[in-house]
Design a protein around this ligand. Structure first.
Ligand SMILES: [Zn+2]
Length: 124
């Protein structure tokens, strides 16, 4: 008796050197902008803590500000992590280790190799 093997959808493979089309370029620019926004937000923690300390003449607000700042930063990073690749439709940042960290610094799709910097070769 023959065993029925379910058909898997064929995996679409795109060459990573294929330059992005205008729609993909727009999506990649948006992804890069959101990555930079989260990085700037996280780097703003120290100045915000200093300003709060100078304004209130107390360091009582430093811990609550730090906690809120990091929680908001993680929420923003999570939103970057779930952005779909404009070419293959899967998560652009599919790395399993430190997924939020990967989402902020990943420059190429983990599935199809589409790079955020089309001017540079994907393997650079
Ligand atoms: Zn992709």
């Amino acid at each position: 008796m023959a065993e029925i093997v379910p058909m898997k959808a064929p995996r679409r493979i795109y060459p990573s050197w294929l330059p992005p089309n205008p729609r993909e370029r727009t999506a990649l620019a948006g992804l890069r902008r959101r990555q930079n926004l989260v990085i700037v937000w996280l780097m703003g923690l120290l100045p915000a803590g200093w300003i709060a300390t100078m304004v209130t003449h107390s360091d009582a607000l430093f811990v609550p500000i730090t906690v809120v700042w990091i929680v908001v930063g993680l929420m923003l990073a999570q939103r970057v992590a779930i952005i779909a690749c404009p070419r293959c439709g899967k998560e652009f940042c599919a790395g399993q280790e430190l997924p939020y960290w990967n989402a902020l610094f990943n420059r190429r799709c983990d599935n199809c190799g589409l790079t955020l910097d089309p001017g540079r070769p994907a393997d650079a």
